[in-house]
Design a protein around this ligand. Structure first.
Ligand SMILES: C[S@@+](CC[C@H](N)C(=O)[O-])C[C@H]1O[C@@H](n2cnc3c(N)ncnc32)[C@H](O)[C@@H]1O
Length: 399
Protein backbone atom coordinates (compact mmCIF):
# COMPACT_ATOMS: atom_id res chain seq x y z
CA UNK A 1 0.00 0.00 0.00
CA UNK A 2 1.39 3.46 -0.91
CA UNK A 3 1.88 5.98 1.89
CA UNK A 4 -0.83 8.14 0.30
CA UNK A 5 -3.47 5.50 0.97
CA UNK A 6 -2.29 4.74 4.48
CA UNK A 7 -4.55 5.52 7.44
CA UNK A 8 -1.78 7.56 9.13
CA UNK A 9 -1.29 9.74 6.08
CA UNK A 10 -5.01 10.37 5.79
CA UNK A 11 -5.21 11.15 9.50
CA UNK A 12 -2.29 13.56 9.25
CA UNK A 13 -3.85 15.39 6.29
CA UNK A 14 -7.12 15.50 8.21
CA UNK A 15 -5.34 17.08 11.20
CA UNK A 16 -3.72 19.71 8.95
CA UNK A 17 -7.01 20.51 7.30
CA UNK A 18 -8.94 20.71 10.60
CA UNK A 19 -6.30 22.95 12.20
CA UNK A 20 -6.35 25.30 9.25
CA UNK A 21 -10.12 25.54 8.96
CA UNK A 22 -10.50 25.70 12.76
CA UNK A 23 -7.97 28.55 12.87
CA UNK A 24 -5.68 26.70 15.31
CA UNK A 25 -2.87 26.07 12.79
CA UNK A 26 0.37 27.62 14.03
CA UNK A 27 3.16 26.03 12.01
CA UNK A 28 4.07 22.98 9.96
CA UNK A 29 7.66 21.99 9.24
CA UNK A 30 8.50 19.54 6.47
CA UNK A 31 11.99 18.19 7.02
CA UNK A 32 14.34 15.26 6.33
CA UNK A 33 14.40 16.28 2.71
CA UNK A 34 15.79 13.66 0.34
CA UNK A 35 14.68 15.05 -3.02
CA UNK A 36 16.74 16.19 -6.00
CA UNK A 37 17.27 19.82 -5.04
CA UNK A 38 20.65 19.82 -3.37
CA UNK A 39 20.11 23.34 -2.00
CA UNK A 40 16.81 22.77 -0.21
CA UNK A 41 16.82 22.03 3.53
CA UNK A 42 13.22 22.19 4.64
CA UNK A 43 9.91 24.00 4.21
CA UNK A 44 8.09 25.85 7.00
CA UNK A 45 4.42 26.73 6.59
CA UNK A 46 2.34 29.28 8.43
CA UNK A 47 -1.15 30.61 7.82
CA UNK A 48 -1.50 34.11 6.53
CA UNK A 49 -4.22 36.42 5.35
CA UNK A 50 -4.00 38.13 1.98
CA UNK A 51 -6.88 40.25 0.78
CA UNK A 52 -9.39 38.53 3.06
CA UNK A 53 -8.23 35.12 1.86
CA UNK A 54 -6.60 32.68 4.26
CA UNK A 55 -3.64 30.95 2.69
CA UNK A 56 -0.65 28.90 3.72
CA UNK A 57 2.69 30.54 3.25
CA UNK A 58 5.40 28.02 2.26
CA UNK A 59 8.86 29.22 3.23
CA UNK A 60 11.38 27.19 1.18
CA UNK A 61 14.56 27.25 3.22
CA UNK A 62 17.47 26.85 0.85
CA UNK A 63 21.07 26.80 1.96
CA UNK A 64 21.74 30.33 0.75
CA UNK A 65 18.32 31.95 0.48
CA UNK A 66 14.65 31.68 1.33
CA UNK A 67 11.74 31.75 -1.09
CA UNK A 68 8.09 32.21 -0.15
CA UNK A 69 5.06 30.86 -1.99
CA UNK A 70 1.49 31.28 -0.80
CA UNK A 71 -1.07 28.63 -1.65
CA UNK A 72 -4.62 27.68 -0.69
CA UNK A 73 -5.37 24.73 1.60
CA UNK A 74 -6.45 22.39 -1.20
CA UNK A 75 -3.17 22.87 -3.11
CA UNK A 76 -1.17 22.57 0.10
CA UNK A 77 -2.76 19.21 0.93
CA UNK A 78 -2.08 17.99 -2.58
CA UNK A 79 1.57 18.93 -2.20
CA UNK A 80 1.84 17.05 1.13
CA UNK A 81 0.35 14.03 -0.63
CA UNK A 82 2.97 14.21 -3.37
CA UNK A 83 5.96 15.02 -1.17
CA UNK A 84 5.62 12.97 2.03
CA UNK A 85 7.44 9.69 1.75
CA UNK A 86 9.00 10.79 -1.56
CA UNK A 87 10.90 14.02 -0.85
CA UNK A 88 10.23 14.78 2.81
CA UNK A 89 10.31 12.11 5.49
CA UNK A 90 9.25 14.14 8.49
CA UNK A 91 6.38 16.53 9.13
CA UNK A 92 5.77 18.35 12.39
CA UNK A 93 2.47 20.15 12.84
CA UNK A 94 1.96 22.59 15.71
CA UNK A 95 -1.56 23.75 16.49
CA UNK A 96 -2.99 25.69 19.43
CA UNK A 97 -3.82 22.38 21.13
CA UNK A 98 -1.61 19.68 19.61
CA UNK A 99 1.82 18.76 18.39
CA UNK A 100 1.63 16.11 15.72
CA UNK A 101 4.69 14.30 14.48
CA UNK A 102 4.40 12.30 11.26
CA UNK A 103 7.50 10.41 10.19
CA UNK A 104 8.39 7.86 7.58
CA UNK A 105 11.30 5.56 8.43
CA UNK A 106 13.71 4.30 5.79
CA UNK A 107 11.85 1.02 5.39
CA UNK A 108 8.60 2.88 4.82
CA UNK A 109 7.32 2.41 8.37
CA UNK A 110 4.97 5.25 9.28
CA UNK A 111 4.63 6.83 12.70
CA UNK A 112 2.02 9.34 13.77
CA UNK A 113 2.37 10.73 17.28
CA UNK A 114 0.09 13.27 18.86
CA UNK A 115 0.89 15.23 22.03
CA UNK A 116 -0.86 18.05 23.83
CA UNK A 117 0.72 21.40 23.02
CA UNK A 118 2.11 22.29 26.43
CA UNK A 119 3.05 25.79 25.42
CA UNK A 120 -0.35 27.23 26.07
CA UNK A 121 1.17 30.68 26.18
CA UNK A 122 0.67 30.98 22.43
CA UNK A 123 -2.99 30.49 21.87
CA UNK A 124 -5.33 31.28 19.06
CA UNK A 125 -5.48 35.02 19.64
CA UNK A 126 -1.68 35.24 19.76
CA UNK A 127 -1.32 33.14 16.64
CA UNK A 128 -3.75 35.47 14.90
CA UNK A 129 -1.62 38.40 15.99
CA UNK A 130 1.43 36.66 14.61
CA UNK A 131 -0.23 36.31 11.21
CA UNK A 132 -0.70 40.07 11.11
CA UNK A 133 2.64 40.76 12.68
CA UNK A 134 4.48 38.53 10.20
CA UNK A 135 2.63 40.19 7.41
CA UNK A 136 3.62 43.60 8.66
CA UNK A 137 7.26 42.58 8.87
CA UNK A 138 7.27 40.61 5.68
CA UNK A 139 9.64 41.77 3.01
CA UNK A 140 8.41 41.09 -0.48
CA UNK A 141 11.92 40.83 -1.87
CA UNK A 142 14.52 38.44 -0.49
CA UNK A 143 17.68 40.30 0.38
CA UNK A 144 19.97 37.74 -1.17
CA UNK A 145 18.68 37.99 -4.73
CA UNK A 146 21.68 38.24 -7.08
CA UNK A 147 20.43 41.31 -8.97
CA UNK A 148 20.47 43.35 -5.75
CA UNK A 149 24.17 42.71 -5.38
CA UNK A 150 24.82 43.35 -9.08
CA UNK A 151 23.05 46.73 -8.82
CA UNK A 152 24.91 47.69 -5.66
CA UNK A 153 21.94 47.51 -3.29
CA UNK A 154 23.57 44.76 -1.23
CA UNK A 155 27.18 43.93 -0.49
CA UNK A 156 28.94 40.61 -1.07
CA UNK A 157 27.46 39.20 2.16
CA UNK A 158 23.94 40.14 1.10
CA UNK A 159 23.67 43.03 3.56
CA UNK A 160 21.92 46.22 2.49
CA UNK A 161 24.46 48.94 1.78
CA UNK A 162 23.42 51.78 4.15
CA UNK A 163 23.32 54.40 1.39
CA UNK A 164 20.89 52.18 -0.54
CA UNK A 165 18.37 51.61 2.25
CA UNK A 166 15.82 54.01 0.71
CA UNK A 167 16.09 52.28 -2.64
CA UNK A 168 15.67 48.93 -0.86
CA UNK A 169 12.45 50.19 0.79
CA UNK A 170 11.21 51.48 -2.55
CA UNK A 171 11.89 48.16 -4.31
CA UNK A 172 9.98 46.28 -1.60
CA UNK A 173 7.03 48.64 -1.64
CA UNK A 174 6.92 48.50 -5.44
CA UNK A 175 6.79 44.69 -5.46
CA UNK A 176 4.24 44.69 -2.61
CA UNK A 177 1.88 46.98 -4.53
CA UNK A 178 2.45 45.18 -7.81
CA UNK A 179 1.99 41.70 -6.33
CA UNK A 180 -1.49 42.65 -5.08
CA UNK A 181 -2.46 43.95 -8.50
CA UNK A 182 -1.04 40.82 -10.17
CA UNK A 183 -3.17 38.61 -7.92
CA UNK A 184 -6.28 40.68 -8.53
CA UNK A 185 -5.89 40.69 -12.31
CA UNK A 186 -4.93 37.00 -12.43
CA UNK A 187 -1.64 37.63 -14.26
CA UNK A 188 0.12 35.16 -11.96
CA UNK A 189 -1.86 32.39 -13.68
CA UNK A 190 -0.78 33.30 -17.22
CA UNK A 191 1.73 31.28 -19.23
CA UNK A 192 3.69 34.38 -20.16
CA UNK A 193 3.51 38.04 -19.19
CA UNK A 194 4.88 41.04 -21.10
CA UNK A 195 6.08 44.04 -19.17
CA UNK A 196 7.36 47.43 -20.31
CA UNK A 197 9.16 49.84 -18.00
CA UNK A 198 9.39 53.33 -19.50
CA UNK A 199 12.20 55.53 -18.27
CA UNK A 200 13.84 52.51 -16.66
CA UNK A 201 16.94 54.43 -15.57
CA UNK A 202 19.31 52.20 -13.61
CA UNK A 203 16.56 49.55 -13.66
CA UNK A 204 16.32 48.61 -9.99
CA UNK A 205 12.58 48.12 -10.42
CA UNK A 206 12.89 46.52 -13.85
CA UNK A 207 15.15 43.79 -12.47
CA UNK A 208 12.94 43.49 -9.38
CA UNK A 209 9.77 42.81 -11.38
CA UNK A 210 11.57 40.34 -13.65
CA UNK A 211 12.95 38.51 -10.63
CA UNK A 212 9.55 38.49 -8.88
CA UNK A 213 7.88 36.76 -11.81
CA UNK A 214 10.74 34.32 -12.41
CA UNK A 215 11.61 33.45 -8.83
CA UNK A 216 8.40 33.84 -6.85
CA UNK A 217 5.64 33.27 -9.38
CA UNK A 218 7.39 30.95 -11.79
CA UNK A 219 5.81 32.77 -14.71
CA UNK A 220 7.74 33.38 -17.92
CA UNK A 221 8.19 37.08 -18.62
CA UNK A 222 9.47 39.33 -21.32
CA UNK A 223 10.50 42.57 -19.65
CA UNK A 224 11.60 45.54 -21.74
CA UNK A 225 13.17 48.60 -20.18
CA UNK A 226 12.99 51.71 -22.38
CA UNK A 227 15.43 54.46 -21.57
CA UNK A 228 16.63 57.65 -23.27
CA UNK A 229 20.21 57.38 -22.11
CA UNK A 230 22.28 54.92 -24.15
CA UNK A 231 24.89 54.54 -21.40
CA UNK A 232 22.26 53.23 -18.96
CA UNK A 233 20.80 50.93 -21.60
CA UNK A 234 24.24 49.37 -22.23
CA UNK A 235 24.95 49.08 -18.52
CA UNK A 236 21.63 47.32 -17.80
CA UNK A 237 21.97 44.93 -20.75
CA UNK A 238 25.47 44.06 -19.52
CA UNK A 239 24.12 43.37 -16.02
CA UNK A 240 21.38 41.11 -17.43
CA UNK A 241 24.00 39.17 -19.43
CA UNK A 242 26.32 38.82 -16.45
CA UNK A 243 23.45 37.47 -14.36
CA UNK A 244 22.53 35.06 -17.23
CA UNK A 245 18.95 36.28 -17.15
CA UNK A 246 16.46 35.38 -19.86
CA UNK A 247 13.48 37.52 -20.76
CA UNK A 248 14.82 40.96 -19.87
CA UNK A 249 16.34 43.51 -22.21
CA UNK A 250 16.84 47.26 -22.47
CA UNK A 251 16.29 49.44 -25.50
CA UNK A 252 17.35 52.98 -26.13
CA UNK A 253 14.35 55.06 -27.08
CA UNK A 254 12.03 57.91 -26.26
CA UNK A 255 8.73 56.83 -24.80
CA UNK A 256 7.08 59.46 -27.01
CA UNK A 257 8.01 57.53 -30.14
CA UNK A 258 8.16 53.99 -28.82
CA UNK A 259 5.78 51.49 -30.39
CA UNK A 260 4.65 48.68 -28.13
CA UNK A 261 2.12 45.89 -28.46
CA UNK A 262 0.72 43.21 -26.24
CA UNK A 263 1.91 44.69 -22.95
CA UNK A 264 0.29 43.23 -19.81
CA UNK A 265 2.00 45.51 -17.30
CA UNK A 266 3.04 49.06 -18.11
CA UNK A 267 5.37 50.70 -15.60
CA UNK A 268 6.57 54.30 -15.69
CA UNK A 269 8.15 55.42 -12.46
CA UNK A 270 9.42 58.98 -12.39
CA UNK A 271 9.40 59.41 -16.15
CA UNK A 272 9.58 63.16 -16.55
CA UNK A 273 6.59 65.44 -17.23
CA UNK A 274 4.50 64.36 -20.26
CA UNK A 275 6.64 61.21 -20.76
CA UNK A 276 4.24 59.84 -18.12
CA UNK A 277 1.26 60.70 -20.37
CA UNK A 278 2.84 58.97 -23.37
CA UNK A 279 3.49 55.89 -21.24
CA UNK A 280 -0.07 55.91 -19.87
CA UNK A 281 -1.43 56.30 -23.39
CA UNK A 282 0.61 53.34 -24.59
CA UNK A 283 -0.57 51.26 -21.65
CA UNK A 284 -4.22 52.05 -22.38
CA UNK A 285 -3.89 51.57 -26.15
CA UNK A 286 -2.16 48.24 -25.81
CA UNK A 287 -4.78 47.05 -23.29
CA UNK A 288 -2.38 46.50 -20.39
CA UNK A 289 -4.06 44.78 -17.44
CA UNK A 290 -1.95 46.80 -14.98
CA UNK A 291 -0.71 50.35 -15.37
CA UNK A 292 1.55 51.66 -12.67
CA UNK A 293 3.09 55.09 -12.72
CA UNK A 294 4.68 57.51 -10.34
CA UNK A 295 4.61 60.89 -12.06
CA UNK A 296 7.15 63.66 -11.66
CA UNK A 297 7.91 67.15 -13.04
CA UNK A 298 4.38 68.40 -13.67
CA UNK A 299 5.05 71.17 -16.18
CA UNK A 300 2.22 71.11 -18.69
CA UNK A 301 -0.78 72.27 -16.67
CA UNK A 302 0.68 74.99 -14.44
CA UNK A 303 1.01 77.77 -17.06
CA UNK A 304 -2.57 77.09 -18.16
CA UNK A 305 -4.09 77.33 -14.67
CA UNK A 306 -6.46 80.21 -14.12
CA UNK A 307 -7.18 80.71 -10.44
CA UNK A 308 -10.95 80.49 -9.95
CA UNK A 309 -12.01 83.63 -8.06
CA UNK A 310 -12.76 81.82 -4.84
CA UNK A 311 -9.38 80.06 -4.84
CA UNK A 312 -7.30 83.06 -5.88
CA UNK A 313 -6.25 84.00 -2.29
CA UNK A 314 -4.95 80.47 -1.81
CA UNK A 315 -3.30 80.10 -5.18
CA UNK A 316 -1.53 83.47 -5.02
CA UNK A 317 1.29 81.53 -3.33
CA UNK A 318 3.53 79.84 -5.87
CA UNK A 319 3.88 76.69 -3.79
CA UNK A 320 0.10 76.24 -3.66
CA UNK A 321 -0.20 76.82 -7.37
CA UNK A 322 2.42 74.10 -7.97
CA UNK A 323 0.59 71.70 -5.66
CA UNK A 324 -2.72 72.49 -7.35
CA UNK A 325 -1.19 71.92 -10.80
CA UNK A 326 0.22 68.59 -9.67
CA UNK A 327 -3.08 67.47 -8.15
CA UNK A 328 -4.98 68.46 -11.27
CA UNK A 329 -2.52 66.83 -13.68
CA UNK A 330 -2.62 63.54 -11.80
CA UNK A 331 -6.29 63.76 -10.87
CA UNK A 332 -7.18 64.16 -14.53
CA UNK A 333 -4.85 61.29 -15.45
CA UNK A 334 -6.69 59.08 -12.95
CA UNK A 335 -10.10 60.15 -14.30
CA UNK A 336 -8.98 59.57 -17.89
CA UNK A 337 -7.86 56.07 -16.93
CA UNK A 338 -11.26 55.48 -15.27
CA UNK A 339 -12.99 56.71 -18.41
CA UNK A 340 -10.98 54.25 -20.49
CA UNK A 341 -11.88 51.11 -18.61
CA UNK A 342 -9.58 51.10 -15.58
CA UNK A 343 -10.22 51.03 -11.84
CA UNK A 344 -7.74 53.56 -10.58
CA UNK A 345 -6.18 54.44 -7.25
CA UNK A 346 -3.89 57.34 -6.36
CA UNK A 347 -1.91 56.93 -3.15
CA UNK A 348 1.35 57.55 -1.36
CA UNK A 349 3.90 55.09 -2.68
CA UNK A 350 6.77 55.43 -0.26
CA UNK A 351 6.70 57.77 2.66
CA UNK A 352 7.80 61.35 2.00
CA UNK A 353 10.55 60.72 4.50
CA UNK A 354 12.22 58.52 1.85
CA UNK A 355 11.60 60.48 -1.34
CA UNK A 356 9.71 63.53 -2.55
CA UNK A 357 8.54 61.59 -5.62
CA UNK A 358 6.07 59.55 -3.70
CA UNK A 359 2.79 59.47 -5.57
CA UNK A 360 1.56 56.32 -7.26
CA UNK A 361 -1.20 55.97 -9.82
CA UNK A 362 -2.24 52.34 -10.06
CA UNK A 363 -4.81 51.28 -12.64
CA UNK A 364 -6.24 47.82 -13.19
CA UNK A 365 -8.23 46.99 -16.30
CA UNK A 366 -11.87 46.46 -15.48
CA UNK A 367 -13.20 43.03 -16.33
CA UNK A 368 -16.66 44.35 -17.26
CA UNK A 369 -17.23 47.53 -19.23
CA UNK A 370 -19.25 50.31 -17.65
CA UNK A 371 -20.85 53.58 -18.70
CA UNK A 372 -18.24 56.32 -18.37
CA UNK A 373 -20.24 59.33 -19.51
CA UNK A 374 -20.39 60.84 -16.01
CA UNK A 375 -16.61 60.70 -15.68
CA UNK A 376 -16.16 62.45 -19.01
CA UNK A 377 -18.51 65.18 -17.76
CA UNK A 378 -16.46 65.52 -14.56
CA UNK A 379 -13.26 65.89 -16.59
CA UNK A 380 -14.79 68.64 -18.71
CA UNK A 381 -16.18 70.45 -15.67
CA UNK A 382 -12.78 70.46 -13.95
CA UNK A 383 -11.03 71.72 -17.07
CA UNK A 384 -13.56 74.53 -17.44
CA UNK A 385 -13.32 75.50 -13.76
CA UNK A 386 -9.53 75.83 -13.94
CA UNK A 387 -9.38 77.11 -17.54
CA UNK A 388 -7.30 74.18 -18.75
CA UNK A 389 -7.00 74.06 -22.53
CA UNK A 390 -4.98 70.92 -22.95
CA UNK A 391 -4.03 67.82 -20.98
CA UNK A 392 -1.45 65.72 -22.82
CA UNK A 393 -3.02 62.34 -22.05
CA UNK A 394 -6.47 63.52 -23.14
CA UNK A 395 -5.06 64.80 -26.44
CA UNK A 396 -3.24 61.53 -27.08
CA UNK A 397 -6.35 59.49 -26.31
CA UNK A 398 -8.41 61.61 -28.69
CA UNK A 399 -5.97 61.21 -31.60
C1 LIG B 1 14.23 59.56 -12.33
S1 LIG B 1 14.70 58.30 -13.40
C2 LIG B 1 13.73 56.95 -12.81
C3 LIG B 1 14.29 55.61 -13.11
C4 LIG B 1 13.43 54.44 -12.65
N1 LIG B 1 12.16 54.39 -13.35
C5 LIG B 1 13.20 54.47 -11.15
O1 LIG B 1 12.13 54.91 -10.72
O2 LIG B 1 14.10 54.07 -10.41
C6 LIG B 1 13.86 58.75 -14.89
C7 LIG B 1 14.46 58.10 -16.11
O3 LIG B 1 13.57 58.31 -17.21
C8 LIG B 1 14.34 58.59 -18.37
N2 LIG B 1 13.47 59.32 -19.28
C9 LIG B 1 13.00 60.59 -19.13
N3 LIG B 1 12.23 60.91 -20.19
C10 LIG B 1 12.20 59.84 -20.99
C11 LIG B 1 11.59 59.56 -22.24
N4 LIG B 1 10.85 60.49 -22.85
N5 LIG B 1 11.75 58.34 -22.80
C12 LIG B 1 12.51 57.40 -22.18
N6 LIG B 1 13.13 57.61 -21.00
C13 LIG B 1 12.98 58.81 -20.41
C14 LIG B 1 15.52 59.38 -17.83
O4 LIG B 1 16.64 59.31 -18.70
C15 LIG B 1 15.78 58.71 -16.49
O5 LIG B 1 16.76 57.69 -16.57
Amino acid sequence: MSIIDSAQMQEFLQECSAAFTGDTFQRLVLSKYQGNDTELNRITLRPLMIKEQRLLSFLYEYRTNHVTKNVCLKDALQRFNEWLGVDFFNAHLLTDDWEIQFSIASKGKLKLKKYRNKNTAIKKSDAAKNVTHDRAKKRFVAQDRPYLNALGVTDAKGEIIPAMSRKWKQINKFIEVLSRAINQTGLHERGEVHIADFGSGKAYLTFAVHDYFADQLNVKTQVTGVELRQGLVDLCNKTATELSLDGINFEQGDVQHFKAQGINIMIALHACDVATDYALHMGIRTGAEIIMCSPCCHKQIRPQLKSPTLLAPLLQHGIHLGQEAEMLTDGLRALLLEAHGYDTQVFEFVSLEHTSKNKMILAQKRKKPRDNSDILKQINALKTFYGIQEHCLETLLAS
